[in-house]
Design a protein around this ligand. Structure first.
Ligand code: ATP
Ligand code: MG
Length: 502
C-alpha cells in the first residue's frame, strides 16, 4: 500500500498530523482507484480533528500557498502542483425525512466510513506515523471491488432515504466501472425511487451526464428503467419503450433502438452533446406514432416534433440552454435528411441545402446517421453504410465547388435598400430570400455579380427601379455593407429598422 502513497504530499500530511497530534486518513475515491489501477490526482483526507487546521499545517510544511477554506462545510482544499487535496474532520451525519441536508457532528473514523455511499467508497488508508499505509476496510469493500459489486455499507433503505442522490450514484458507478449492483442494494433503489424528487435537477443531471459519457451508456439507462427511476426523471425516454401490434404488424422498440444508437455513437465520440442528440433523435416517436393500413406504422414528422421538445427537456433538466442545445436540436431535426440523399438521382441542390442547414455540424450529423443504422441484417447494414459513404463524397464535392458550409448570402439587406432606394421592410426580406433560394437551388451561381443581376431582375418584377448599378459597389463598400448587415442581424427584433434609417 505504501508504494501508492509515494507522492511527497502524503509524507507532508503525516508530518502535519503528527505536529497537531491528530490521526489522518486518505479515504474514498482515491483509495478505491488505487485498486482499480486508475490514477487519480484528487485525494480526500479525513482527520479526527479539524480538517482546516490540518490543511493549513500541511501547506506550511510544503511551503505552498495556504488552503482554500470553506468554513460552512468545515473543509479546506490544498492545491499541490496538479494535485487537489481536500481535508475534512471525521463526521457523523443524521438525516431528517424531508431534506438532503444532514445534521452534522464531529465523529470517529467509523462514523465517517458509515456515512459513505458504497463499500468500495468507504476504504481508508492510515497516514499516521505508527500505522502508515494500513488499510481500514470495515465493510469488505476490497472483496466487492474484486467481485465488481456496488453495495451500500448499511441497510440500503437507510442509505438511500438519507440521500437519494446515492441511487443515481450507484447506477453511475455501475455503468462507469462496469460493475453490478448487489440484489439487496438494487431492491433498495426500487423501493426508494420516489425519494429522488427531493434532489435538484442539477445534481441528477451531473450523474446522468457521467452515465452518458461512460463507455457503454445503455447499461445505466437500462438500470434507470429497471429501478423505476427513469419514469420519474425522464418520462419521455421511458415512453420509447415497447412494441405495439396491429394486424400482426409491430414496430421496433425505440427504447432499445435508441440505446443501440447511443452505444454505437459512443464508440466514435466523447462529445456529450452529440451523445445527447442520439438520446433525443427519436424522442417524438411515441407522440407521432400512427398505424396506416396500407403503409403500416409511421412516425411522420417525428424529427420536427422532436426538435421542438428539445428546449423543454433541456430547460427542465437545467442543461445549458445555449448553442449546445441548438446543436442538439439541429441534429434531431436533420437526422433523416442524409437518408434522403442516398437515392441515386439526388440533385446537387438537395446536397447544397443540407450543407447550408447543417453548416459545420455536418460531420457530426453524418456520424449520428451512421450510428442510427441498427438493422440486424448484415447485407442491409453494408448497403446503408455504402450509401452514406456516397453521400459523404457528394457532400465533399459540392462543398469544394460551392463553399456553402458557413455561407453568407452575397447580397445583404443594405445593398438591396441602397440599390432600389427603398425603406426597410418586408420587400427587402422577400428579395433576400429569393436570392438565397435561387443560389441554393443552383439557378444562380454563388457569386456577387451574378447574384446582383438576379436581384435587379427580381426588383423589376416587383416594380422597383434600380438607382444604383454594379459599378457603384466597390470592394471596400461591399465589405462595409456586409459587416453592417451582420451587426444588424444580431440586434433584437424591431430595432433593426431604426438603425438602418439613421
Ligand atoms: P468520482 O470523483 O469519480 O466522481 P468519487 O468516489 O471520488 O468518484 P466524489 O463525489 O468525488 O466521488 O466523492 C468522494 C467520496 O465521498 C466518495 O468516494 C464517497 O466516499 C463520498 N461521497 C460522495 N458523495 C457521497 C454521497 N452522496 N453519499 C455518501 N458518500 C458520498
Ligand atoms: Mg472524487
Amino acid at each position: 500500500m505504501k508504494k501508492h502513497l509515494q507522492h511527497p504530499i502524503f509524507k507532508i500530511i503525516t508530518q502535519a498530523a503528527e505536529n497537531l497530534q491528530v490521526d489522518a486518513y486518505v479515504v474514498g475515491g482515491f483509495v478505491r482507484d488505487i485498486f482499480l489501477e486508475r490514477i487519480s490526482k484528487d485525494a480526500d483526507i479525513v482527520t479526527i480533528g479539524s480538517g482546516i487546521e490540518l490543511a493549513k499545517e500541511a501547506a506550511k510544511l510544503a511551503k505552498i500557498s495556504p488552503p482554500k477554506v470553506f468554513k460552512n462545510f468545515g473543509t479546506a482544499m490544498l492545491q499541490y502542483k496538479d494535485w487537489e487535496i481536500e481535508f475534512v474532520g471525521a463526521r457523523k451525519e443524521s438525516y431528517r425525512k424531508d431534506s438532503r441536508k444532514p445534521i452534522v457532528e464531529n465523529g470517529s473514523l467509523e462514523d465517517d466510513q458509515n456515512r459513505r455511499d458504497f463499500t468500495i467508497n468507504a476504504l481508508a488508508i492510515n497516514l499516521g506515523t505508527q500505522h502508515y499505509g494500513e488499510l481500514l476496510d470495515p465493510f469488505n469493500g476490497l472483496q466487492d471491488l474484486h467481485d465488481s459489486i456496488i453495495r451500500t455499507p448499511r441497510d440500503p433503505a437507510i442509505t438511500f432515504s438519507d440521500d437519494p442522490l446515492r441511487m443515481m450514484r450507484a447506477i453511475r458507478f455501475a455503468t462507469q466501472l462496469d460493475f453490478s449492483i448487489s440484489a439487496e442494494t438494487f431492491e433498495g433503489i426500487r423501493k426508494s425511487a420516489d425519494r429522488i424528487s427531493i434532489i435538484s435537477k442539477e445534481r441528477i443531471m451531473d450523474e446522468m451526464n457521467k452515465i452518458i459519457l461512460s463507455n457503454k451508456p445503455s447499461k445505466g439507462f437500462i438500470l434507470l428503467h429497471q429501478s423505476g427511476l427513469m419514469k420519474l426523471i425522464f418520462p419521455e425516454f421511458e415512453a420509447l419503450r415497447g412494441t405495439e401490434y396491429v394486424d400482426g404488424k409491430g414496430h421496433k422498440d425505440n427504447f432499445y433502438h435508441t440505446l443501440e444508437v447511443l452505444d454505437k455513437l459512443s464508440q466514435k465520440t466523447d462529445n456529450l452533446w452529440l451523445r445527447w442528440a442520439a438520446i433525443l433523435h427519436d424522442i417524438a416517436k411515441p407522440a407521432t406514432k400512427r398505424y396506416e393500413p396500407e403503409t403500416g406504422w409511421t412516425f411522420h414528422s417525428h424529427e420536427f416534433v422532436g426538435a421542438k421538445m428539445v428546449p423543454r427537456i433541456f430547460r427542465r433538466f437545467k442543461l445549458p440552454v445555449n448553442e449546445k442545445m441548438k446543436f442538439v436540436q439541429k441534429l434531431v431535426q436533420l437526422h433523416l435528411r442524409p437518408i434522403a440523399l442516398t437515392e441515386e438521382n439526388v440533385t446537387d441542390s438537395a446536397i447544397r441545402r443540407l450543407l447550408f442547414e447543417a453548416g459545420d455540424d455536418i460531420d457530426d450529423l453524418m456520424m449520428l446517421c451512421e450510428a442510427d443504422i441498427t438493422s440486424k441484417n448484415p447485407r442491409k447494414v453494408k448497403r446503408y453504410l455504402r450509401n452514406f459513404k456516397m453521400v459523404r463524397r457528394k457532400l465533399q464535392e459540392v462543398e469544394e465547388k460551392d463553399r456553402i458550409r458557413n455561407w453568407e448570402p452575397p447580397i445583404s439587406g443594405d445593398i438591396i435598400i441602397k440599390t432600389f432606394d427603398i425603406k426597410p421592410g418586408p420587400k427587402v426580406g422577400e428579395i433576400k430570400t429569393a436570392i438565397r433560394e435561387a443560389i441554393l437551388d443552383g439557378e444562380v451561381e454563388h457569386d456577387f455579380k451574378k447574384a446582383f443581376r438576379f436581384m435587379l431582375k427580381i426588383g423589376k418584377d416587383k416594380g422597383l427601379d434600380a438607382q444604383l448599378d454594379l459599378h457603384d459597389f466597390n470592394d471596400q463598400m461591399l465589405h462595409w455593407y456586409k459587416k453592417k448587415d451582420q451587426q444588424q442581424t444580431e440586434l433584437p427584433n424591431g430595432s433593426n429598422n431604426k438603425k438602418i434609417q439613421e
